[in-house]
Design a protein around this ligand. Structure first.
Ligand code: UFG
Length: 342
């Protein structure tokens, strides 16, 4: 059978690069597109080394219609996975227009070109941010979406709507799956690719590994007086390779016509809530080190508790997170050590 080809936008990024590896290992041809605004060509080299394949890379901004159209002319895509987006919550509050322009614009340009070049299938990177502070936990795909506390969060909700409306208008000619990620962490077991935060990390796990490495002096734990068992916030931490595999399964579902609706949504998490303090303690135990941390005031805009009901993804996609918290915390630390030796 002819190999299917998948366009991965944001393919030099954290989740995009891990997904590219899993796609190749599942037998797909892959083309990576990235504007390298928040990523590195070394990541592409890492993907090529892991897979042993000279995966094509096009340095293109997905908002640049002409440049992106050249990519569609050059290859034939059976599906697209759209990761390319700006993703820093605080930056989005300072630069809302940049976020709306990038995140909505790139999706709209892509959908337009997909119609023109008859590419029917798209997986979109959505986020648990759309649930906000949910009333009932764990959150299911039916849980109501809530107004976001940042323009970044708004773009995820608006992109879901753009996708939904476009799929309806295509009247059977297109299919989409939105994956709502919980909190991705960790790195590929080879330690050839992983997360590459620019500047001071705002996410918990890279902040932990940088503190353990001595790059940051002390981890601030934002709040220990929440209404949770140990007072710190609770999240659903999902291994980045497990998350990548969810994309491969979603692509297969659409290409093989196993989707039940033309637009589908799935939570991608483990189904388990872990507190910040639990995560820090697990990191210390697994990697046999002491982390310098202190309790700091609450961080504005933080959701208190969030974890996924993954029943739908388990039953419909046949996907389940497989890696343990300990394994992934070990992989995150291994990756940080590789980064330090670079
Ligand atoms: N935290 C700390 N100290 C830090 C960093 C984070 O205590 O230095 C805490 C936060 O207060 C929060 C938890 O660790 O309780 C997780 O924080 P992250 O910033 O890692 O993740 P968030 O859940 O806040 O945000 C993530 C993504 C967003 C996305 C959101 C959706 O980073 O892009 O999930 O739920 F919008």
């Amino acid at each position: 059978m002819m190999k299917r080809c998948v366009l991965v936008t944001g393919g030099a990024g954290y989740i995009g690069s891990h997904t590219a590896v899993e796609l190749v290992e599942a037998g797909y041809d892959v083309v990576l597109v990235d504007n390298l605004s928040n990523s590195d060509e070394q990541t592409i080299e890492g993907v090529r080394r892991i897979t042993g394949i000279e995966i094509p890379f096009e340095q293109v901004d997905c908002c640049d219609r002409e440049a992106l159209e050249e990519v569609f002319k050059k290859y034939h895509f059976d599906a697209v996975i759209h990761f390319a987006a700006s993703k820093a919550v605080y930056e989005s509050i300072e630069k809302p227009l940049m976020y709306y322009r990038n995140n909505l614009g790139s999706l709209m340009t892509l959908l337009d070109l997909m119609r023109k070049y008859e590419c029917a299938n798209i997986v979109f990177s959505s986020s648990a941010v759309v649930y906000g502070d949910a009333e009932h936990l764990p959150v299911t795909e039916q849980s109501p979406r809530q107004a976001a506390t940042s323009p970044y969060g708004n773009t995820k909700r608006m992109c879901e709507d753009i996708l939904h409306d476009t799929i309806i208008a295509a009247d059977g000619a297109m299919r989409a799956i939105a994956l709502r990620y919980f909190n991705p962490f960790g790195a590929h077991p080879s330690a050839l690719i992983g997360e590459l935060p620019r500047g001071v990390p705002s996410n918990l796990v890279p902040y932990i590994t940088q503190t353990a490495a001595g790059i940051r002096e002390c981890l601030n734990i934002f709040g220990d007086d929440y209404d949770t068992p140990d007072g710190s916030c609770i999240r659903d931490y999902i291994d980045v390779v497990d998350l990548a595999r969810a994309h491969v399964v979603a692509i297969g579902r659409m290409i093989e016509g196993r989707n039940k609706q033309n637009y589908e949504i799935f939570n991608v998490g483990t189904g388990r809530g872990v507190s910040v303090l639990e995560l820090v303690q697990a990191f210390e135990r697994v990697n046999n080190l002491k982390l310098n941390y202190r309790i700091a005031p609450r961080r504005a805009g933080d959701i208190i508790v969030s974890w996924a009901d993954t029943t739908l993804a388990n039953n419909e996609l046949g996907w389940k997170a497989t890696r343990t918290l300990d394994e992934t915390l070990a992989a995150a630390w291994k990756w940080q050590q590789v980064l330090m030796s670079r």
